[in-house]
Ligand binder design. Structure first.
Ligand SMILES: Cc1cc2nc3c(=O)[nH]c(=O)nc-3n(C[C@H](O)[C@H](O)[C@H](O)COP(=O)(O)OP(=O)(O)OC[C@H]3O[C@@H](n4cnc5c(N)ncnc54)[C@H](O)[C@@H]3O)c2cc1C
Length: 369
């Protein structure tokens, strides 16, 4: 086994693999270690927004039609009402099974000559390297990509963070042909369910609520229209649960250690933005490693997080507020252009300033709906 490298990435989930690829693209020698084995599954809505796909392309990973299912926009549904909008410029998002996405990114990383240590948990770090039990690998840079419960974050003393809106998510796949080319978000009184088509005969269904005991079968009873769509369909995965929250760190780097992906803060799952954010962070981080400037990474990391955090705040306003959900959807039905611009903001085509102006319009719409 190698005993030294330029960059050691702790965690081989999507963020760690993206960071490894981006660092390799800058010419660094890279090792990735993960305690789990390939391919790694994780509860996820499995939707990649157009900006996330573009970021993946820049990393040299393409998600072909044989591995995924395209969706052309987003649909909100609540209390018998529905609004939808297409992504700007005819762009598409992609639904892709998490294990498939993991395999595709790992294959790209392997093809670049990145070294992997699967089923190898990192047990500690020191200034000049990474500890794998009794072994040590020296590294100039250490990247903590070890997820929401990051130990690297604790080891580095970067664990001061603010968390809000802690919720519980359960995900399962149903064997049914997608009935729409939209990613659907069903709003309800207990929480939300979102549905992403992931292949021509399979959809991913994720329930998010504040009740740790609420499972999908029970939650679906509250969404009769969706329940009817899934009636009689077999399931193709076990139900898996996860926590989701919006969590902001004061700092994401110290010395030669930088955090990325969920280890560096999380945005509520409802935004479907976690992966895109991680891919964008990866490219910025690699460039900052090249110039040896992690202060710039701090700055860019904050800038990248602004839009997803704003989207999370806006969307969570509707969480468990049926009257507001109904009025908002009515207002969007009256002003579909505003919903369209919300989606443009979501995928990074529009600035928050434009949305603030629209917010006034929508506020008026809400009062008069
Ligand atoms: C319910 C739900 C739905 C979501 N839906 C979407 C969506 O539709 N679209 C989207 O873009 N995002 C979505 N997200 C967010 C997205 O899943 C996360 O942002 C993404 O998984 C973060 O990837 P990561 O690599 O940072 O962390 P993880 O995927 O958690 O990977 C961390 C890795 O680190 C490894 N590890 C941990 N500790 C160690 C150690 N000591 N040594 C070695 N390895 C270690 C773990 O084994 C793991 O493989 C969703 C999240 C949830 C919870």
């Amino acid at each position: 086994m190698l005993n030294s490298t330029d960059v050691f990435v702790i965690g081989g989930g999507p963020a760690g693999l993206a960071a490894a690829i981006a660092a390799r693209q800058q010419g660094f020698r890279v090792i990735v270690a993960d305690g789990a084995r390939m391919p790694i599954d994780k509860p996820c809505g499995e939707g990649l927004m157009p900006d996330g796909l573009a970021a993946l392309e820049r990393l040299g990973v393409s998600v072909g039609p044989e591995n995924s299912y395209p969706f052309g926009g987003i649909r909100f549904l609540a209390a018998g009402l529905a609004v939808d909008a297409a992504f700007p410029h005819g762009a598409s998002g992609m639904g892709v099974r998490r294990t498939v996405l993991h395999r595709l990114i790992a294959e790209r990383a392997s093809s670049l000559g990145i070294d992997f240590l699967w089923q190898t948990p990192v047990t500690g770090i020191s200034e000049d390297g990474v500890h794998l039990g009794s072994r040590k690998v020296s590294a100039r840079w250490i990247i903590g990509a070890d997820g929401g419960n990051s130990r690297v974050r604790r080891w580095t003393g970067l664990h001061a963070f603010r968390e809000r809106d802690r919720r519980y998510a359960f995900r399962q796949h149903y064997c049914v042909a997608p009935w729409t080319d939209r990613m659907e978000l069903h709003w309800g009184t207990l929480g939300e369910i979102y549905v992403t088509p992931v292949s021509k005969d399979e959809v991913c269904v994720a329930l998010i609520s504040r009740d740790p005991k609420l499972r999908l079968t029970e939650g679906l009873q509250r969404f009769p229209e969706l329940k009817a769509r899934l009636e009689g369909a077999g399931v193709s995965s076990a139900e898996k649960g996860a926590l989701t929250a919006t969590c902001k760190l004061k700092r994401v780097s110290r010395g030669n250690v930088a955090l990325i992906g969920d280890a560096s803060g999380t945005v509520d799952a409802i935004t479907g933005e976690g992966l895109c954010l991680a891919f964008s962070q990866a490219m910025v981080l690699a460039d900052c490693l090249r110039t040896g400037d992690l202060a710039r990474y701090e700055h860019e990391h904050r800038r990248l997080a602004l839009r997803p955090f704003l989207m999370a705040r806006l969307m969570l306003l509707l969480d468990r507020r049926p009257r507001l959900q109904r009025r908002t959807l009515q207002a969007f039905q009256k002003r579909p252009d505003v919903f369209k611009r919300l989606l443009e903001l979501h995928v990074g085509v529009l600035s928050p300033l434009h949305l603030a102006l629209d917010g006034l319009t929508l506020g008026w719409g809400l009062l008069t709906a």
